[in-house]
Design a protein around this ligand. Structure first.
Ligand code: GLU
Length: 606
């Protein structure tokens, strides 16, 4: 999920590779490493931390050569450390990897039985040692067989010790490009890495294998036939390339959500049922729980609100969602058969960490749902589920929220299974619905332009109200937070039935109301709440499922979502709300977006 650069050419590979990594530095990472052909074999240097730590090591013990691979790591398996940093491998084979090897546990035990000794906790090392076990002098055959045996998402750059001057690349579900220079060639996860050397590149298709040498790049199809690739000329500057052509990281990350969701959900499915074996979590963690406490801050807390509805509905276990900064000072009532779930993107959120420590002091089992491997919450919680959103750079959290919500689904399914509130077949059907919903998400993202034009209507507003019932209320709170956070417009989310007991008098002529009405079983009630605000002159933006029978008189404009079961609409609706927040902010020239993407900016820490 982080950065890869490979080089073969006349210059000192170490300089070129470090420069390439520097260009990828904006993505954020926890460690970096490099392997080059130097002298008789491959020399590898790795360092935890920023690139300067790797540079310092290389300054102390200089290495040089004309061909090599380099990596910045965003850990998913095993803490950030010198040892776990890439490249990984043996004396014969070294590789760097972006992504996740889902069947790494199975491969690891098989390779261990064959006599391999693992030095790291990474999933990547299984691919490296597997490749070593398959290599008998034909790199293409070995890589092809490895790709048949590994499952998951990967972009790999590989060196074989007996093939100096050659860099191999292969990918599945993660990007990898090959770039052509003058007498030098590159493999990279991102064109931004090599733009200062060449603009000529092509993208590798799934299963294709590229071999880069100083003389050229040859590509082979998965079946082994040479492939003619069409070479493109990049028109982006480095800054645009970093954002993949999107104007802001926030938009890029909104569009990354389908992949982030797949990466997070798939490793936790086994035979169509939820399984946290991948995370080393025993099933008994979910058995006999009296109460679940979900504790978090901001967006993560709103993901917890969705989790509450899901767990209570499916597993019939009472759930409390608490703001971490309140929980820690409240002397909460906790019992040993409870479970405290702490959600935090960075795993460093101070109040969430304090809440975790409090729960541990009281002897209650704790589970972290965290995006940053090796972070404090991840280390201190009894159990951890890593969301696989990759680095989140934008100030406003988008993909991290969605993957947190996806973990809530999986937890609710697992708890329902343990509590026997749902049968296996029912859970299987729910898992299938979850997967199908994720595949519908691109259809929401396709409405980007339409949502941009709706956002124009909001730019001059002083206040915007969000209304919803049930899961839509949980979602409205996240939608309101997102919009106010980046557009600086006052936004408030109300449980739709509650507005009349509160501040309906604030709804006057032209005040925008975002009516989130995706819950079909609550539609009648919701529509009468919309009529209440419409009667007071509100300008209503409706967010509802396609084909939902809602009288056109009650709203001014609508965003329609692909049809999905009520339980799953949050995953679709949130993307529409994020786009609305983003475009409103763009219309207002929001400073939050303007700050985005400065050179070398690191992912935020919340
Ligand atoms: N899953 C690998 C690891 O944790 C690769 C992470 C990455 O994409 O940087 O080491």
């Amino acid at each position: 999920m982080c950065g890869i650069v490979g080089y073969s050419g006349p210059q000192n590979a170490v300089d070129i590779l470090l420069e390439g990594l520097e260009n990828l530095e904006y993505r954020g990472y926890d460690s970096a490493g490099i392997s080059v052909f130097a002298g008789d074999g491959i020399t590898t240097v790795k360092a935890e931390g920023r690139l300067k730590c790797l540079r310092e090591k290389l300054n102390t013990s200089p290495v040089s050569g004309h061909c090599g691979i380099a990596h910045t790591r965003w850990a998913t398996h095993g803490e950030p450390s010198d040892r776990n940093a890439h490249p990984h491998g043996t004396e014969r084979v070294m590789l760097v990897h972006n992504g996740i090897i889902e069947n790494y546990l199975e491969l690891r035990s098989r390779l261990t039985a064959e006599g391999y000794v693992f030095k790291t906790q990474t999933d990547t090392e299984t691919a490296a040692l597997l490749l070593d076990s398959l290599y008998q002098g034909d790199p293409l055959a070995a890589i092809r067989e490895m790709t048949r045996q590994i499952e998951g998402a990967y972009a790999l750059a590989i060196l074989f010790a007996d093939r100096p001057g050659e860099v191999y690349g292969v990918r599945k579900d993660n990007p990898l490009i090959a770039a052509l220079g003058e007498g030098e060639n590159f493999i990279a996860s991102d064109i931004a890495a090599v733009l200062s050397h060449t603009k000529r590149f092509f993208t590798l298709e799934e299963g294709e294998i590229a071999v880069a040498t100083s003389c050229g790049i040859t590509v082979y199809s998965p079946g082994g036939a040479p492939v003619e690739k069409k070479v493109h000329t990049a028109t982006w500057d480095v800054e645009q390339a970093r954002k993949d052509g999107y104007p802001h990281f926030m938009l890029k990350e909104i569009f990354e959500q389908p992949k982030a969701l797949r990466d997070t959900i798939h490793p936790r499915l086994k035979d169509g049922l939820p399984s946290f074996e991948y995370d080393g979590i025993p099933e008994c963690l979910f058995k006999g729980r009296g109460r679940i406490h979900i504790v978090a801050c901001g967006t993560a807390m709103y993901a917890g609100l969705v989790g509450r509805d899901l767990i209570e509905t499916l597993a019939r276990i009472p759930v409390e969602v608490q703001i971490a900064s309140e929980f820690r000072y409240r002397d909460p009532i906790l019992s040993k058969d409870d479970l405290v779930v702490i959600i935090s993107q960075s795993g460093e959120t101070a109040d969430s960490l304090a809440a975790l420590r409090l729960a541990k002091q009281r002897g209650v089992p704790t589970l972290g749902v965290v995006n940053v491997a090796g972070s404090t919450i991840a280390r201190e919680a009894d159990y951890v589920i890593y969301t696989h959103a990759g680095p989140e750079i934008a100030v406003a959290s988008t993909k991290a929220y969605s993957v947190q919500v996806s973990v809530m689904y999986l937890l609710a399914f697992a708890m329902a299974r343990s509590a026997r509130t749902l049968g296996e077949e029912e859970i299987r059907a729910k898992v299938e619905e979850l997967l199908q919903t994720v595949e519908k998400l691109p259809r929401v993202l396709e409405q980007n332009d339409a949502i941009a034009s709706i956002a124009g209507r909001f730019q001059g507003s002083e206040s915007i109200f969000f209304l919803g019932r049930g899961l839509d209320w949980a979602l409205s709170q996240e939608g309101a937070l997102k919009l106010k956070e980046i557009s600086y417009i006052h936004c408030e989310a109300y449980a739709a039935g509650e507005l009349k007991h509160g501040t309906i008098s604030l709804i006057t002529n032209g005040v925008p109301v975002v009516a989130v009405a995706t819950q079909e079983h609550l539609l009648g009630k919701m529509v009468s709440n919309i009529k209440e605000v419409k009667a007071r002159g509100a300008w209503v933006l409706l967010l509802a499922q396609e084909g939902s029978p809602i009288d056109e008189e009650v709203y001014d404009q609508a965003i329609r979502l692909p049809k999905a079961p009520d339980l799953f609409t949050p995953l679709l609706a949130v993307a529409a709300l994020q786009l609305l927040a983003y475009h409103t902010s763009v219309c207002r020239g929001s400073p939050t977006l303007r700050k985005e993407g400065r050179q070398g900016e690191f992912p935020k820490n919340s």
